[in-house]
Design a protein. Structure first.
Length: 286
């Protein structure tokens, strides 16, 4: 049992879904009939609403649900990546507010069990798009550390994504974006190595798209004297790798064209669904 189903349409399009695994998760949660929701976490109001700790049994059940969500994220459900990351940050000490937020997320999953990724088989050279983003201290009610997000698409289909809390507080938007960019480079390089082992075509240098001019300038080493002095040790190996033009090229895109935006912040149903559609189709969203 892998929890992933592969299908092919009569038009020759291939898709992956994890409807069976999603149904199993909902059965374990005992959710029953719920109102259909169009987004999993529009704000952090619910998750921060009640800091009281759950009883032992409820806390164990909460951790189980977090594990189930993370499996769906690893398999197919990029739309749940940011939400699962937020909920996972309460795994050590689950709260009543986190439990309330979890119920909303499960209600969203119940209405989107057939969620899938894929598309037509492409002939010719493979193409990759890599996006990186950060939400600088976007949820101060939960803490000051920023959220990093990245996604890689291959021939227009999402193949790798990540949403994670940064290890320390960043003092500026630029610093948060550079931390996120470094993380994106690391994961993109690993994916390219795996693709090479599978005999797939890869691209060099890695072309990563960001929506922050300072992050682009930092990678291109065009702002050596800036307010970022003292934040990063320019002698660090990861900085040198980031600035190696033969390995990485960083380009600027408008915020409404950065697909990684979905992985860094809570979005209401309208922006959220436009962002999901943009990832699935490669279209711009706003």
């Amino acid at each position: 049992f892998l929890g992933i189903r592969i299908t092919m349409t009569s038009e020759g399009e291939y898709y992956l879904d994890c409807e069976v695994a999603a149904t199993d998760l909902l059965d374990k949660a005992g959710l029953g009939m719920v109102r259909v929701l169009k987004c999993p976490m529009p704000t952090t109001v619910e998750i921060a609403s009640d800091p009281a700790l759950l009883e032992a049994d409820a806390a164990t059940a909460y951790r189980s649900m977090v594990g189930g969500l993370n499996y769906l994220v690893c398999a197919v459900r990029f739309d749940l990546a940011h939400t699962a990351s937020r909920l996972g940050q309460f795994s050590a000490n689950p709260t009543v507010g986190a439990q309330t937020a979890m119920k909303r997320v499960l209600a969203y999953v119940a209405g989107t069990k057939s969620f899938k990724i894929g598309g037509p088989r492409k002939s010719g050279p493979d193409s990759y798009d890599i996006y990186s983003d950060s939400d600088h201290a976007g949820d101060k009610v939960l803490g000051t550390r920023s959220q990093s997000g990245m996604i890689i698409t291959m021939n227009g289909v999402p193949v790798h994504w990540r949403s994670a809390k940064q290890p320390k507080t960043s003092v500026s938007v630029a610093a948060a974006e550079i931390h996120a960019l470094s993380d994106a480079v690391q994961h993109a390089r690993l994916l390219m190595w795996r693709c090479e082992e599978l005999g797939l075509q890869t691209q060099k240098p890695l072309r990563i798209k960001v929506d922050n001019k300072q992050a682009e300038s930092f990678a291109k080493a065009t702002c050596m004297v800036s307010r970022l002095r003292g934040i990063f040790d320019l002698r660090d190996k990861w900085v040198q790798e980031l600035r190696d033009a033969k390995q990485v090229q960083v380009t600027y895109v408008n915020g409404n064209a950065n697909l990684a935006d979905l992985f860094t912040k809570c979005l209401a149903s309208g922006p959220f669904n436009r962002a999901v559609q943009a990832v699935q189709t490669g279209m711009r969203f706003s």
